[in-house]
Design a protein around this ligand. Structure first.
Ligand SMILES: [Zn+2]
Length: 423
């Protein structure tokens, strides 16, 4: 545990010229012009200092597997699921761990220090769960890794999925997952939601389901999820991920649905990079964009985070672990271009997913952990615009990653100048 003084930082809430005194890995004081003491110092020089980025929806068991065993030609969700089915029997624990650790290194360099990853438990060997539990132990000093037992092939559609899910939870997987829209019928989807919520209530666990990830305006599993959350008293422990069908739902129905979600304290996670590329594939023009109703849910008082979902896997061939790229895509697709809305997009990859994951000690108040990212930008809005380098990534008061400022040197006739794109 480390002591550190950070000078002259700009915070996401707009405060500027702030010093932060860290003692024993926690924030002791945040104030202007703190007196000099003999501990290590960082001069933030007016740069933005934020709590770390948080990704509350990811698939680390598939990360960096793009092209194995072949490339997704159609680029669709269903070919992605089929491809993952081809790849699963070939997976080895060593390769899974190696790819996940490579990605965690990328994440640290990008200031992404908490990740909730779904892990497919439909392989009876539970190889991926074992591998990611190992990764969780290895990266624990740097990254809070939370695992979700995810029945990719359907809880009821895959004969051993529920038993496997229970085994995975017994092994130490943290959260109960589901995929109701992939079950054989709408009724079986609803039944899977009931079974999973009851199991979570019995075990005292959180729930995070892939829910209504389709363009079907009549997919209603989020309603069922809110109902069972309310019925079982699981308030503020349940999340619906994707919710893309909401994009296509009837407006009158949504006006009833959002208050139900709010009442049950159900959070939502949109995955803008993936939703914008996978949804609307059956449309000609106009072509639906598929992302769920983010500003409307925020206005209704529902917590909404943005997740990365995939990086270089059977579903998505791009990505680099940069949550600012995720937030930027979310901002554009949701047309959240107002000042307050842009700040909400920054929150959607920092403090909102931290709340959804239940992270302890996350924040910029005295007593919170000294976990920070210092970015080459003056504000959260400039960070969204530039997606700049993370100058310093700090964990418990210790620098764990450092990146030089990015500047171009222009050699123009009669003029040499440097460009940083900052205002
Ligand atoms: Zn997902």
């Amino acid at each position: 545990m480390h002591d550190l003084m950070i000078r002259n930082a700009h915070l996401p809430d707009g405060r500027s010229g702030v010093d932060i005194l860290v003692r024993q890995g926690r924030i002791e004081v945040i104030a202007e012009r703190l007196p000099k003491i003999s501990i290590p110092e960082i001069d933030a020089n007016g740069d933005l200092l934020s709590t770390p980025f948080v990704d509350a929806h990811f698939h680390m068991d598939a990360v960096l597997s793009y092209g194995l065993p072949r490339v997704n030609q159609s680029g669709t969700l269903l070919e992605g699921i089929a491809l993952w089915g081809e790849l699963k029997p070939m997976l080895t624990q060593e390769a899974l761990v190696a790819r996940a650790i490579d990605y965690c290194d990328w994440a640290i360099a990008k200031g992404l220090l908490a990740i909730r990853t779904h892990v497919d438990i439909c392989d009876d060997r539970l190889l991926a769960a074992e591998a990611l539990l190992d990764v969780k132990r290895q990266v624990a000093p740097y990254i809070d890794l939370q695992l979700v037992a995810f029945p990719q092939d359907g809880l009821l559609r895959s004969p051993t999925a529920f038993d496997n899910l229970k085994r995975a939870i017994a092994m130490g997987v943290d959260v109960v997952g589901g995929i109701p829209h992939f079950e054989r019928t709408m009724a079986e989807g609803a039944e899977s939601v009931r079974l999973l919520c009851e199991f979570a209530a019995e075990k005292g666990l959180r729930v995070d389901m892939h829910c209504d990830e389709s363009d079907d305006p009549l997919s209603r599993h989020i309603e069922t999820l809110a109902f069972h959350t309310q019925r079982l008293g699981l308030h503020h422990r349940v999340t619906g991920s994707h919710l893309t069908s909401m994009h296509s739902m009837d407006n009158y129905y949504v006006s009833k649905l959002l208050p139900l979600m709010r009442e049950a304290g159900v959070a939502a996670i949109a995955n803008p990079l993936i939703n914008i590329t996978l949804q609307g594939r059956h449309d000609t023009y106009p072509k639906r964009r598929g992302m769920t109703r983010v500003p409307e849910m925020l206005a209704a008082g529902i917590d909404v985070a943005f997740g990365h979902d995939c990086v270089m896997d059977p579903w998505y061939s791009l990505g680099s672990g940069d949550m600012l790229e995720v937030a930027s895509m979310g901002l554009h697709v949701a047309q959240m271009t107002g000042q307050q809305a842009m700040r909400q997009c920054f929150d959607a990859v920092t403090k909102t997913p931290a709340k959804i994951m239940g992270l302890e000690g996350y924040g910029l108040q005295p007593g919170c952990f000294a976990d920070f990212v210092i970015l080459d930008a003056a504000s959260s809005i400039e960070a969204l615009r530039l997606r700049p380098v993370r100058r310093y990534v700090i964990k418990r008061g210790q620098i764990i990653s450092e990146t030089p400022k990015q500047e171009a040197s222009l050699h123009l006739s009669g003029r040499e100048t440097r460009v940083s794109f900052r205002r």
